[in-house]
Design a protein around this ligand. Structure first.
Ligand SMILES: NC(=O)c1ccc[n+]([C@@H]2O[C@H](COP(=O)([O-])OP(=O)(O)OC[C@H]3O[C@@H](n4cnc5c(N)ncnc54)[C@H](O)[C@@H]3O)[C@@H](O)[C@H]2O)c1
Length: 371
C-alpha cells in the first residue's frame, strides 16, 4: 500500500501523523511511504529522518493526497484537504464528526473510507488512541498550573513543593481517570499535597490500592468538592462523561470561596469544561482572571509538547496503521472489532451511530458494510 502523510494545516498544530519510526516499520512491511516535505519539522523530525527510514518526500499536500492509498494524519481534514480525498482512499486520523456537519457531509461526498482515532476501542472499554493525549494533558496540567500560580502570571505566588519550613501547595484534581491520575502523580512528584475526587467507587478503589502513599482520594459529592476547592491553591478539572458535555461542578459563586490567586486548570475544556467560568483559550493567550481566580483552559494542551505527543500518538496508532496497510481496511476491520468501531464513513455512507444521531443523518451499520 502507498501510505501518505501530509503536513498538518490546522492553526498551531505541530504534530505529524507518522514518525520516522512508523515510516520505517511500514517500509519493512513492504509498503511505500510518502511524506510531505517539512511535515515532521514541528515535532523535531526533519525530512532526512524520513528519507533514512525509506520514505519518499513529496513537495505538496496535493502530491501526497494524489499518490496515496491511505492518508495518515493527526487532526481532522480541513476543507481544502477534504476536496483532495477520493473514492476508495482510506483516511486514518482524529475526526470528531458529531459537532461538525460540514466535515461529515464532505467525507460522505468524497467516497473515502474514514476511520476515526477517537472511536477505536480496546477490550477494556477504553479508547486507546485518545488515551495517549489524555496522558500528555494530565502530566502537563500541574506544570502549567504551577506556572499559573506564579505571581507574575496573576497567581497566588505559591511554590508547588514548598521549602523546608513552608508547606506545599494544595492541589485538588476533579476526575480520577487517565488525565486525573497522570495529573495527580506529577503534582505529587512536584511535592504538592494532592487529593483526587471521583464519583466512581471502583475507580477510587483502584487509585487507593495503587497510589495511597502518593495522593488521597475523596468522593466527589458537592459538599466534599466545595470544601476541598475552598482550601486549594490549584484545582484541575479532569472529568469525562463519555459522549456528553462536561458537567459544571464549580459555579461562579464558588470562586468567591477560593483563595485569591488560586489556579484553575480545566483540562475538560474540550468537552465544554467543568467550571461555570471556563472558556477555551489558546497557547498564545492561555490564562485569564475571573474574580481573582486564574483560569488556564487550553483546549489542545498536547500541542505544547508536539514532539512527545507525536511519538506517543504514533506508538498507539502504528499497530492499527500496519494492520490497515497489510490487510486492507475491510479485512483489518473484519479481524478486529475494536478497529471496526473506528469506521465512521465508507463509500458515501455514514457508519457511526452516535454521529448519525447527533447530525440527523442515516447510518449504515459497519457490520453490514464489512459483510
Ligand atoms: N484540554 C486538552 O488538551 C485535553 C487533552 C486530553 C483530554 N482532555 C479531556 O480531559 C477530560 C478527561 O479525560 P480522561 O481521558 O481522563 O477521561 P476518563 O474517562 O479516563 O476519566 C474521567 C473520570 O471522570 C470521572 N467523573 C465523571 N463525572 C464526574 C463527576 N461529576 N465528578 C467527579 N468525577 C467524575 C469518571 O468517573 C472518570 O474516572 C476529557 O474531557 C477529555 O476530553 C483534554
Amino acid at each position: 500500500m502507498k501510505i501518505g502523510c501530509p503536513t498538518e494545516i490546522k492553526p498551531q498544530e505541530f504534530r505529524v501523523g507518522m514518525t520516522p519510526n512508523a515510516a520505517r516499520e511500514a517500509v519493512a512491511h513492504g509498503h511505500s511511504v510518502l511524506i510531505q516535505s517539512g511535515a515532521g519539522v514541528g515535532a523535531g523530525f526533519p525530512d532526512e529522518d524520513y528519507v533514512s527510514a525509506g520514505a519518499e518526500i513529496a513537495a505538496t499536500a496535493a502530491d501526497v493526497f494524489a499518490g496515496a492509498d491511505m492518508i495518515v494524519k493527526v487532526k481532522e481534514p480541513q476543507a481544502g484537504e477534504r476536496k483532495m480525498l477520493r473514492e476508495g482512499q482510506i483516511l486514518f486520523t482524529y475526526l470528531h464528526l458529531a459537532p461538525d456537519r460540514a466535515q461529515t457531509e464532505d467525507l460522505i461526498a468524497s467516497g473515502c473510507t474514514a476511520i476515526a482515532y477517537e472511536t477505536v476501542t480496546d477490550r477494556n472499554g477504553g479508547l486507546p488512541l485518545l488515551a495517549p493525549m489524555s496522558e500528555v494533558a494530565g502530566k502537563l496540567a500541574p506544570q502549567v498550573g504551577a506556572w499559573t500560580l506564579q505571581k507574575a502570571n496573576g497567581g497566588r505566588g505559591v511554590l508547588m513543593g514548598g521549602v523546608p519550613g513552608v508547606g506545599p501547595a494544595k492541589v485538588v484534581v476533579i476526575g480520577g481517570g487517565v488525565v486525573g491520575t497522570h495529573a495527580a502523580r506529577v503534582a505529587a512528584g512536584m511535592g504538592a499535597q494532592v487529593t483526587v475526587l471521583d464519583r466512581s467507587l471502583p475507580r477510587m478503589r483502584y487509585l487507593d490500592d495503587i497510589y495511597s502513599s502518593i495522593f488521597k482520594t475523596s468522593y466527589a459529592s458537592a459538599g466534599n468538592t466545595a470544601e476541598l476547592v475552598a482550601e486549594a491553591d490549584m484545582v484541575i478539572g479532569a472529568v469525562l462523561i463519555p459522549g456528553a458535555a462536561a458537567p459544571k461542578l464549580i459555579s461562579r459563586e464558588q470562586l468567591g470561596t477560593m483563595k485569591p490567586g488560586a489556579a484553575i486548570v480545566d483540562v475538560a475544556i474540550d468537552q465544554g469544561g467543568c467550571f461555570e467560568t471556563s472558556k477555551a483559550t489558546t497557547h498564545q493567550d492561555p490564562i485569564y482572571d475571573v474574580d481573582g481566580i486564574m483560569h488556564y483552559c487550553v483546549a489542545n494542551m498536547p500541542g505544547a509538547v508536539a514532539r512527545t505527543s507525536t511519538i506517543a500518538l504514533g506508538n498507539a496508532t502504528m499497530p492499527f496503521m500496519l494492520a490497515l496497510a497489510d490487510k486492507g481496511w475491510k479485512q483489518a476491520c473484519a479481524d478486529d472489532p475494536h478497529l471496526l468501531e473506528g469506521l465512521n464513513v465508507h463509500a458515501g455512507k455514514l457508519t457511526y451511530f452516535a454521529v448519525g444521531k447527533a447530525l440527523g443523518i442515516d447510518v449504515t451499520s459497519p457490520q453490514v458494510i464489512i459483510k
